[in-house]
Design a protein around this ligand. Sequence first.
Ligand SMILES: NC(=O)c1ncn([C@@H]2O[C@H](COP(=O)(O)O)[C@@H](O)[C@H]2O)c1NC=O
Length: 513
Amino acid sequence: MTTKRALISVSDKTGIIEFAKGLVEQEVEIISTGGTKAVLEQAGISTISIEEITDFPEMMDGRVKTLHPKIHGGLLGCRNASEHLEAMALHKIHPIDFVCVNLYPFKQTILKDNVSQTEAIENIDIGGPSMLRSGAKNHEFVTVVVDPADYPLILTELSEQGETTLLTRQKLAAKVFRHTAAYDALIAGYLTDLVGETQPETLTLTYDLKQTLRYGENSHQQAMFYQDVLPVSFSIAQAKQLHGKELSYNNIKDADAAIRISREFNQPAVVAVKHMNPCGIGIASTIYEAYQYTYAADPVSIFGGVIVLNREVDRQTAEKMHKVFLEIIIAPSFSKEAFELLATKKNLRILTLDFTKKNQAVLDEKTAVLGGLLIQNQDLIEEIAENWQVVTKRKPTADELAALDFAWKAVKHVKSNAIVLSNNHQTLGIGAGQMNRVGSVQIAIEQAGEKVDEAVLASDAFFPMSDSVEYAAKYGIKAIVQPGGSIKDQESIDMADKYGIAMVFTDVRHFRH
Ligand SMILES: NC(=O)c1ncn([C@@H]2O[C@H](COP(=O)(O)O)[C@@H](O)[C@H]2O)c1NC=O
């Protein structure tokens, strides 16, 4: 019987000495490449160098070392096919039964600051994936391992039954193909970005499992949370949980919605979200005041809400939040006293987020549909209120203009048809997700109650007819911001003029479906 052989060639040397020792104990011979060989020999494990097998030196800065028929023949030859065995005998190819390879650190390289293109390209591993793929293809006979976490499983099976099981080899092969596919996807993404290709004919995305969730939107749905393989700092995926129960599927979606809204504001701002819509947004000169505005915006809906504050949470603000049942609080930091107080609630999820990276958000937005994936740029268009077009006889006052600006920032985050009523620092009424626009106007006005007197109105898209303006006028709304663009714009303008409403057109629509 031929001696079993393992080929070890790893960039990440974690656990490799123990693994190699374990293989040697099972009378497996080891072949290894330059750096790996040095590490193993230093640990007293003798190995066959790759050059001895290939009869070629490692060359071209390591670009060519294992790319040789003596290696790939040893990995790919079927041990039960007479032709293959004859070819192996003829060409003196010794079978290789184990491949242990992990790849050049391409991801870590491109994540470095100011990395050169040359360095990135040099970190594209060619020989490694080739061996992994050869071994994985021939998993009927070959055990292939890419993840150090799997070394113990292999050693256990070898010591218990003298070989790995077919099922283990199949599982390891599947893992290898996932790994090489993700590795290549990252390289493809890097080069695609480099050449500025924005509409590739094939989309190769890769995400890493962050968390297996207890369930999905409902308890009978299975769910997982995958994160971008290149971390996005200002995101729920990278927020750090300091306290509380594990995030649920719905928590993650709501937190994401709240984080996106908080991107709109530079001054102290507090955002409260329920079911992916804001139920209150407040801005002020202090975070304490901003929270009070947010709470007062809708003291009923905030119950069970997700709160994002863009400044450190102090004791005073924490005391206020402590009085309310909240699911999640996210902020850049918490004072010691604030944290201690909030953490007395066992289940309350408390997270920190790096607000210094607020503007480094990803540019693309992906939405799964049955059988496909939609991709668009994020709705990050920069708008300047001074450039809006006043279409009515009356111009908005400076105070109304500030309120319209605030309402406009809020309405783009409300599910369409979206209407927001606000003053210049606080939402007062939010009408979300109605199938007709006037329905959203009615809900927002009803919610604002008596505060409708101090409110301006923002509509995420144009009014198809004048009924919304008429309804708003009846309740005393003094100013409106909307994109304009309806064939019946003039009817809405006439209606606004009739009631002395100041109306501006932004020429930009903010649907959110
Ligand atoms: N060129 C080759 O033939 C080749 N064969 C193996 N490698 C890689 O070289 C690394 C190990 O090198 P070393 O043992 O010299 O530290 C591994 O990440 C392995 O995937 C290669 N490098 C790049 O393609």
